[in-house]
Ligand binder design. Structure first.
Ligand SMILES: Cc1cc2nc3c(=O)[nH]c(=O)nc-3n(C[C@H](O)[C@H](O)[C@H](O)COP(=O)(O)O)c2cc1C
Length: 243
């Protein structure tokens, strides 16, 4: 890839990144279904630990369900005025299912050598154990204690809370791809964590063990949508340069 290619990509990326703002009032104009489908296809390419993709993207277009979900988002206007909602749902069980599917894919892949297959078998086996017995609540008191003594261990993917946290963390990359991908298509969004998880889980029929990572409201910004100047901490406070 030459540098020209890179700089073209940069301009497009930067303009999408600058266009993306948390929009809380959307226009009644619908989003073409094909546009969102294309955005979701790119979001599916987001990275995840061990490629375990422990998430589902619930795409809600049904007006009645949308209205009920907006209610469950504490009646937030972003959700109520959104054209489409995408709810990012994660769980260790989805990671386990992927591990199985991935292993089957690898075993049947004609173009992979035996040593590559052996590597995948080993790695997938490890992940399956972590997401299997590792997600048992029996680990939870140990993880709690470990994190108390050494805060750096707070994100261990063990125990019922730790493994769900792990799944949620892995789903965030896909969520960000949705936000930026939508922006690249001129579609506005608002990521939301202000919702009742219990109500949403019931509305979506989620199995026990699922966590709702974020609700993404989508649409085109209304002419009178309030957009404040962007504020961020100074870059040299965010970036800690070691050199
Ligand atoms: C995980 C997450 C949860 C958020 N939850 C809400 C929310 O419930 N309601 C809302 O209006 N904005 C919500 N936001 C949007 C943030 O307020 C917004 O991204 C932030 O103020 C920065 O503004 P910008 O996105 O326009 O750059 C959320 C953002 C993230 C990443």
């Amino acid at each position: 890839m030459n540098s020209q290619h890179h700089s073209t990509g940069w301009d497009a990326f930067q303009s999408a990144s600058r266009f993306r703002r948390a929009i809380r009032k959307f226009d009644p104009a619908p989003i073409p279904e094909a546009d969102l489908r294309a955005v979701l296809a790119e979001a599916a390419l987001a990275p995840s630990s061990g490629n375990l993709q422990p998430y589902e993207l619930h795409w809600v277009r049904d007006p009645a369900l949308k209205a009920a979900i907006a209610q469950a988002c504490n009646g937030q206007n972003a959700a109520a005025s959104a054209q489409d909602l995408i709810i990012v749902v994660a769980s260790p069980a989805l990671g386990r299912l992927t591990a199985k599917a991935q292993l089957a894919h690898v075993e049947s892949a004609a173009n992979l050598g035996e040593s590559t297959k052996a590597h995948y078998r080993k790695q997938t086996g490890l992940f399956q154990r972590i997401l299997g017995i590792g997600s048992s609540a029996l680990w939870s008191p140990l993880v709690f204690l470990a994190a108390l003594l050494n805060p750096g261990l707070s994100l261990l993917p063990l125990g019922h809370v730790g493994s769900r946290n792990w799944a949620a963390r892995n789903a965030v990359y896909a969520a960000q791809s949705i936000l930026l991908g939508a922006a690249a298509k001129g579609i506005d969004s608002c990521p939301m964590e202000g919702f009742s998880a219990t109500k949403l889980a019931r509305l979506l029929g989620l199995p026990r063990g699922s966590v709702i990572v974020v609700v993404i409201a989508l649409g085109y910004r209304a002419d009178d949508a309030r957009i404040e100047d962007r504020w961020r901490r100074p870059l040299d406070e965010i970036v800690v340069l070691h050199r």
